[in-house]
Design a protein around this ligand. Structure first.
Ligand code: ATP
Ligand code: MG
Length: 249
């Protein structure tokens, strides 16, 4: 790993880059995943690299939906596994929900590596050997497990592909998406869109899952409106841009 000076103003961001590069070398992350992370960083920058209030609301609603689900499943790709392996395991335990490896650039070897990484962080069971296909989807992401996504009613996804979000919805699933781009097809299609970095979003969801009663979960869901929430997110981005613009003057 390269040396990152701890007093560097972008220390955290640089550390996460180091982590991704390391996991790229280990065959957990693909090169395309590094590019996707860059797009995420750009959106994170204009959120001020923080959980903005509408994102926190969405995280609460997500926790509520996961808690009330009959069968929630957490879908994991290479970047998410590289960035927050332990946090994903903790959420999975808090919900008693399985982790399922689902990859756009799938190989047997990489799926297994990701499962091993999650197990090294304490996961008991990771679904990584799909035995079914999601109808209406042609990418490798169509391959799902009958014990996981295939029979789930709620699926949590991050760094997702718009095609699969649409396919999951068509197959009657509720989708919670963590996506820093509020304008992506994933963001516009999901039932609950969390515009936040997966690094902050996963621990926040877990905190809510642990603290929330069933009644509070029902209330949080009743209050939540995804389109309204996305509009709030865009308002925050505009506010951030205005503040930065006035620094230029
Ligand atoms: P869509 O297919 O939904 O229209 P896209 O094709 O624009 O999306 P992809 O490359 O398929 O985007 O997926 C990457 C998405 O993940 C981007 O929207 C990016 O902003 C987001 N992203 C990248 N890193 C993170 C992260 N650490 N946390 C949350 N979101 C992230
Ligand atoms: Mg896409």
């Amino acid at each position: 790993m390269s040396f990152v000076p701890p007093d560097h103003p972008r220390f955290l961001s640089l550390m996460y880059r180091e982590r991704l590069v390391e996991k790229f070398k280990e065959g957990v992350v693909v090169a395309q995943g590094l590019i996707a992370h860059g797009r995420g960083e750009a959106f994170d920058y204009i959120l001020g690299e923080q959980t903005i209030p509408p994102a926190l609301e969405a995280e609460k609603a997500a926790a509520a939906l996961l808690k009330l689900a009959r069968k929630p499943v957490i879908s994991v790709n290479g970047n998410a596994a590289a960035l927050v392996p332990g946090e994903l395991v903790e959420l999975s335990k808090a919900l008693n929900a399985p982790l399922e490896v689902n990859l756009f650039y799938r190989s047997e070897e990489r799926a297994k590596r990701i499962a091993e990484l999650l197990k090294a962080h304490g996961a008991e069971e990771v679904l990584w050997r799909p035995d079914q296909e999601l109808p209406g989807l042609s990418s490798e992401r169509r391959r799902v497990s009958s014990k996981g996504i295939a029979s789930a009613d709620v699926v949590l996804v991050s760094l997702e592909d718009g095609d699969r979000t649409e396919a999951l919805k068509r197959n009657g699933k509720k989708v919670i998406a963590i996506d820093l781009n509020p304008f992506s097809r994933t963001s516009l299609t999901a039932d609950i869109t969390i515009v936040d970095n997966v690094i902050r979003a996963i621990p926040n969801i877990t905190k809510f899952v642990k603290a929330m009663s069933e009644r509070e979960a029902e209330e949080a869901l009743e209050r939540f409106d995804n389109a309204r929430n996305l509009r709030e997110v865009v308002k925050w981005i505009k506010k951030w841009l205005d503040a930065k613009t006035s620094e230029l003057l």
